[in-house]
Ligand binder design. Structure first.
Ligand code: MV4
Length: 661
C-alpha cells in the first residue's frame, strides 16, 4: 500500500478520497487553486500545494504543475478523482514517465474508450451487444443510408467524436435522411472537428443502466452490481440508484458478464463503468465505457458494503481484488441525488453565492453526505456547482425513497439558490415511486417536478413575527450581545401589554403585523386574520403552535432577511425597518422623535462629545422603549426635553453639531 498519494482534484471527491486514504493510513497531498485556499479538501489533507489561479486550465488541469508537486511532496501515486484529468491519457502517460502511479486504468484502456466508434468495434469483437446499426470507417452517405434503411426507422445519427448527448440527431423516416445526414456531418465538423457519423436503431424509451466493474493486475475482473441513471436533465444525471429496479436476474447477470467481458477486451485495470441502453423488452446494448470512478459510485458502495476507493488504492498498489465474483453480495436499495447550486427558476443555470446557512441531515447507516463545502464557503463560477451528494440506503426501494425525502427536508441552505426543492418534488413524485422511469422521465413529468406549491403566506408571516418577537425577548435578556440583529438603532424592550408592530415583506406582498403578548402566548394579527401563537425558540429552531396547529421549523436570519425552513420548503421574507440615522436628519443633525411618546431617559449632557451609534435619549411609546442613537460623531449642542416630557412624533429631541472630518 502507498504511504503518500496526491489527489489531483477538489470538492467532494477530493474529501471523499482523503477520508478513505486516511482510514488506510495513507498520507494525502492536496492541490488547490487560489479560489480554494480555504477549501475543505485542503484542510483535510496532510499537506497542500497551490497550483495557480482559479481557472481550471491554470490550476487543476495543469499536468506539469501537478507532477512537479507529486515529485516535490514524495507522493508515490496520484488519484485523479473524476472530471479534470481523470480520463486524460497524456496525464496518465506523463505520470508513468515520472515513475508515479496513476490510480486508474492503463493508458491504452483510456485511449481505446475515448472514441465511440473505436469502443464499439472493440466491444463487437468481445461479443458485447451493440445497438443494431453501423459504426465503420467507410463514411460514404449512400452506405450509411443503406445501413439506416436496414435498421428500420427511426434511427439515430451520432457524431463519432460526440458525447454527452451532443451531436445526436433522430431521423424519423427515410425522407428525412439526406437533410439530417448533411446537418449531422456539419455539426460534427464544427463542434468536434470530426464529421464522421455512426447510425443506430433509435430506442424510443431506453433506460440508462450501468455496471460497475473492477479489474486488477493479476487478471481478475468482477462486476459489483448495476445502477440506473435514467433520470437525467440535459444529459446531467439527477438521481441514481442501485440496483436498477425491475430487471430480471438473468438479464442482470448477462449485463454484468458482458461488462466484465468489455473490461477484459481492453485489458482493463481499476474501477470502470460500462453503460448500457436498456430497452423495454429487456434487451440491452453497449453505450460507452467510462474509465474512471463515477460520481454515483456511493450507491454501489452502500448496496455492496465495499469502499471502492479502498479497492482502487489496493489494486493500484499491486494487490488483488478484495473479492471474487462469488463473494460479491448485494443488499437493500440505495439512491443518490446531487445537491447543486443552481436556479430552477432560471432553467437551472448554475448559481453562485455564499453558504450563509448550511444544515445537513444527520448521517447514519441510512444517510451519507459527501461534500466538499462547509457553512460560510463561497460557491464560485469557476467549478462544477455541486454542493454535495446525498446518498441514502434502506432495505427496500420504497424505504430508501422515504429516507431520501426525510433527508432532503433536513437539508437546509441559505445564501445560494439550489435544486433542493426540485429534488424533493422528484423523490416525492408518484411517478418516481412507481418507477415509471426512462431517459424521458423529467420531460414527461415536468408538471409534478416543477410545481411551486401554493403556501399559506399568512401563516408563515405569523411564524416569522413570532420568531422575531421571541428572538427580541431573548436578546433583551442579553442586551450586551453586539452581534444580535436587534442590537441596532431601534433597540427596545417588550414589556408590553400593547401590540408590537412589524412590517414584513414577502415577494410583492407587504404585511402590517401586530404582536400582542398575553397569558404566555401571542395574539398575532395581519390583514384581517388573527392567530393565537405559542412558541419556543431554541437556537435557530422554532417550535410553535398556530391556532393549535403545531409547526417545527428552522429560521435563519441575515440582517433583516428571514428564511423559514419547514416541511422541505423555504419561505423568505424581509423585515422592513425605519432606521433613524443621518439620512433622515440631513446635515444639521437634529434628531426628531420617530413617534409620539414619553421621554424616559436622557443619556448625554449638553456639550458632551458623542460618537456615531452612541445612545442619546430613550423614549417610550406603546409601552415599548426606543433608544435614539447618534447618527454620526459630534457634540450635543442642546437638549429640548427632559425625562417625563411628552413628545409628538417628529418633534426635535435635541440638536447635534457634526464633528470636523
Ligand atoms: C441513444 C438513445 C436512443 N437510441 N441511442 C444520450 C447520450 C449518450 N449517452 C447516448 N444517449 C442516447 N443514445 C439509441 N440508439 C438515447 C440516448 C439518450 C440517453 C441515454 C442515456 C441517458 C440519458 C439519455 C438522454 C437522452 C438520450
Amino acid at each position: 500500500m502507498f504511504e503518500k498519494i496526491l489527489i489531483a482534484n477538489r470538492g467532494e471527491i477530493a474529501c471523499r478520497i482523503i477520508q478513505t486514504a486516511h482510514r488506510l493510513g495513507v498520507k494525502c497531498v492536496a492541490v488547490y487553486s487560489e479560489a480554494d485556499r480555504n477549501a475543505r479538501h485542503v484542510a483535510l489533507a496532510d499537506e497542500a500545494f497551490l497550483l495557480g489561479p482559479a481557472p481550471s486550465r491554470e490550476s487543476y488541469l495543469r499536468v506539469d504543475k501537478i507532477i512537479e508537486v507529486a515529485k516535490q511532496s514524495g507522493a508515490q501515486a496520484v488519484h485523479p478523482g473524476y472530471g479534470f484529468l481523470s480520463e486524460n491519457a497524456d496525464f496518465a502517460r506523463a505520470l508513468e514517465a515520472a515513475g508515479i502511479t496513476f490510480i486508474g486504468p492503463p493508458v491504452g484502456a483510456i485511449e481505446a474508450m475515448g472514441s465511440k466508434s473505436a469502443a464499439k468495434q472493440i466491444m463487437e469483437k468481445a461479443g458485447v451487444p451493440l445497438v443494431p446499426g453501423y459504426h465503420g470507417d467507410d463514411q460514404r452517405k449512400e452506405l450509411i443510408k443503406r445501413e439506416a434503411d436496414r435498421c428500420g426507422y427511426p434511427v439515430l445519427l451520432k457524431a463519432v467524436a460526440g458525447g454527452g448527448g451532443k451531436g445526436m440527431r433522430v431521423v424519423w423516416n427515410e425522407k428525412e435522411f439526406d437533410e439530417a445526414f448533411e446537418a449531422a456531418r456539419r455539426e460534427g465538423e464544427s463542434s468536434f472537428g470530426n464529421g464522421d457519423l455512426l447510425v443506430e436503431k433509435y430506442l424510443t424509451k431506453p433506460r440508462h443502466v450501468e455496471l460497475q466493474v473492477f479489474a486488477d493486475t493479476q487478471g481478475n475482473a468482477v462486476y459489483l452490481g448495476d445502477r440506473d441513471c435514467s433520470v437525467q436533465r440535459r444529459h446531467q444525471k439527477v438521481i441514481e440508484e442501485a440496483p436498477a429496479p425491475n430487471i430480471a436476474p438473468e438479464i442482470r447477470r448477462a449485463m454484468g458478464e458482458a461488462a466484465v467481458n468489455a473490461a477484459r477486451a481492453i485489458n482493463y485495470v481499476g474501477a470502470g463503468t460500462v453503460e448500457f441502453l436498456y430497452d423495454e423488452d429487456g434487451s440491452f446494448y453497449f453505450m460507452e465505457m467510462n474509465t474512471r470512478l463515477q460520481v454515483e459510485h456511493p450507491v454501489t458502495e452502500l448496496v455492496t458494503g465495499q469502499d471502492l476507493v479502498e479497492w482502487q488504492l489496493k489494486v493500484a498498489s499491486g494487490q488483488p481484488l478484495p473479492l471474487d465474483q462469488s463473494q460479491v453480495k448485494l443488499g437493500g436499495h440505495s439512491l443518490e441525488v446531487r445537491v447543486y447550486a443552481e436556479d430552477p427558476d432560471a432553467d437551472f443555470l448554475p448559481a453562485t453565492g455564499t453558504l450563509d446557512y448550511l444544515r445537513t441531515p444527520q448521517e447514519s447507516r441510512y444517510v451519507r453526505v459527501d461534500t466538499g463545502v462547509i457553512e460560510g464557503d463561497e460557491v464560485s463560477h469557476y467549478y462544477d456547482p455541486m454542493i454535495a451528494k446525498l446518498i441514502v440506503w434502506d432495505e427496500s426501494r420504497d424505504l430508501a425513497i422515504r429516507r431520501l425525502e426525510q433527508a432532503l427536508e433536513a437539508y437546509q441552505i441559505c445564501g445560494v439558490k439550489t435544486n433542493l426543492q426540485f429534488l424533493s418534488n422528484l423523490a416525492g413524485s408518484q411517478a418516481f415511486k412507481d418507477f415509471a422511469v426512462d431517459t424521458g422521465f423529467i420531460e414527461r413529468n415536468r408538471e409534478a417536478l416543477f410545481v411551486r406549491e401554493e403556501i399559506d403566506e399568512e401563516r408563515y408571516i405569523a411564524l416569522a413575527a413570532c420568531y422575531l418577537t421571541l428572538a427580541r425577548k431573548r436578546q433583551a435578556s442579553n442586551p450586551d450581545d453586539p452581534t444580535s440583529p436587534f442590537n441596532q438603532l431601534n433597540n427596545w424592550r417588550l414589556n408590553a401589554t400593547q401590540a408590537l408592530p412589524y412590517e414584513l415583506v414577502h415577494g410583492e406582498h407587504r404585511y402590517a403585523v401586530r404582536v400582542l403578548e398575553r397569558d404566555q402566548a401571542f395574539e398575532i394579527t395581519l390583514n384581517n386574520t388573527s392567530f393565537k401563537v405559542k412558541g419556543r425558540l431554541d437556537g435557530d429552531r422554532l417550535d410553535a403552535s398556530l391556532n393549535g396547529h403545531r409547526f417545527s421549523l428552522s429560521v435563519f436570519q441575515k440582517a433583516e432577511a428571514l428564511t423559514l425552513f419547514h416541511d422541505g420548503r423555504q419561505f423568505q421574507c424581509e423585515r422592513h425597518v425605519e432606521v433613524y440615522g443621518e439620512n433622515d436628519y440631513g446635515a444639521e443633525a437634529s434628531l426628531a422623535a420617530p413617534m409620539t411618546g414619553t421621554v424616559v431617559a436622557v443619556l448625554k449632557e449638553q456639550g458632551s462629545l458623542v460618537t456615531a451609534g452612541e445612545g442619546l435619549i430613550v423614549i417610550e411609546a406603546m409601552k415599548m422603549e426606543q433608544t435614539i442613537f447618534a447618527p454620526h460623531d459630534g457634540t450635543v449642542e442642546e437638549i429640548f426635553f427632559q425625562p417625563g416630557d411628552l413628545v409628538d412624533e417628529g418633534a426635535e429631541l435635541l440638536a447635534m453639531s457634526q464633528a470636523e472630518e
